[in-house]
Design a protein around this ligand. Structure first.
Ligand SMILES: *Cc1c(COP(=O)(O)O)cnc(C)c1O
Length: 345
């Protein structure tokens, strides 16, 4: 009796297979965070079944938990810092280095670790400033250099940027024979265009478009745990609000512990969007918030904010309530929602 992710396994795997096999560039699947709703161990096993050479993980902590789940190379996306508990001696691990000082510190520790060097893009998250790449050529030769990393923004076409930064970077370390870049957020077609334009090996690091690229294979559903009929004026919930009308309280699996109703902040740009956002999240103003749960084809209101493991929904009297044991659908962000179980169908 739980929040359940139903996966149409053959459909999902067919999408994964097509994604990895079509096109000319190698795909590096990313397993990080909540494992895009599947869990990182599951993704690591799927990546193994796909036969990819490298799996990318978010952090060194995630790496430590995935050791047995994937047999190939493991790329850590978070740049190495001197205070991190990194397995520098591990042959399978490729470290990301994003500051000249870190490269020097890494070289001082010896052992010739495998590294990719991240170059700062218009994203401006991590990376060595492209004008300062000359400084890294010498220490880079003391590592096993595996290529440059480029983390690109989602918005816009960044083929030209990738091409220019890669050319600059290759030029700065002209003595190295490695012509490989690891890019994020270029489509496979765009990556393949860049690969032919600069005659380089391009690898695309992909999470969302791979694991969540065919949403029709995925459905998140919550078990109905209880249904209570209420008269107008009767009180309910932690807050003991009175029902404004007669209707039903429907208690469903799925609460804050699963990430239900916790949304990553969205980039709200227009005044209208802001108004919509206030209206949707307007618990304070109206005492109500729209839930992600659907009953009778419609998203229903939370009766009150979600609890840890379940949520209380308000259903007007004219809608037939579901029965305990039924399942209802919910629309979730997979990167912030974790199901109790996954059912492979
Ligand atoms: C998370 C991450 C990715 C994968 O992002 P998606 O949008 O899920 O494909 C790629 N590169 C870096 C550096 C990341 O942190």
């Amino acid at each position: 009796m739980s929040l359940t992710l139903h996966v149409d396994a053959s459909r999902w795997r067919e999408h994964l297979r097509r994604f990895v096999d079509t096109g000319r560039v190698a795909v590096v699947p990313v397993a990080k965070g909540n494992g895009y709703g599947f869990g990182n161990e599951t993704l690591a096993a799927e990546a193994g079944a796909l036969g990819v050479e490298t799996l990318a993980v978010g952090t060194y902590e995630e790496l430590a938990r995935l050791d047995d789940a994937f047999a190939g190379d493991l790329l850590v996306l978070t740049p190495w810092r001197p205070w991190m508990n990194a397995r520098l001696g591990d042959e399978r691990v490729i470290h990301t280095v994003s500051r000249p000082s870190d490269l020097h510190a890494l070289v001082e520790r010896g052992g010739r670790p495998r590294i990719v060097l991240e170059v700062l893009t218009s994203m401006r998250r991590h990376g060595v400033d492209p004008t300062q790449l000359e400084a890294i050529a010498e220490p880079l030769a003391e590592t096993r250099f595996e290529g440059f990393a480029l983390h690109l923004p989602l918005a816009g076409d960044h083929r030209d940027e990738a091409r220019e930064l890669a050319e600059m970077a290759f030029g700065a370390v002209a003595s190295s024979p490695v012509r490989r870049i690891w890019v994020s957020h270029l489509s496979r077609q765009a990556a393949s265009d860049v690969a032919s334009a600069i005659d380089a090996d391009v690898r695309v690091r992909v999470g969302s478009d791979l694991w969540l690229g065919d949403r029709s294979a995925l459905s998140m559903r919550a078990t109905v745990l209880d249904v209570h009929s209420l008269q107008r004026g009767e009180r309910y919930g932690y807050r003991q609000r009175p029902a404004r009308r007669a209707g039903h309280i429907v208690v469903v699996a799925g609460g804050t512990a699963h990430g239900v109703a916790l949304e990553a902040p969205s980039a709200v740009t227009s005044i209208r969007q802001r108004a919509v956002s206030v209206a949707k999240g307007g618990l304070e103003a109206t005492g109500r918030a729209l839930s992600p749960f659907r009953i009778g084809g419609k998203q229903r209101w939370f009766a009150e904010p979600p609890h840890m493991q379940c949520s209380m929904l308000w259903l007007p009297r004219d809608v037939a309530p579901p029965e305990p044991g039924d399942e209802v659908e919910l629309d979730v962000r997979f990167t912030t929602t974790t199901a109790d179980r996954i059912v492979w169908e």
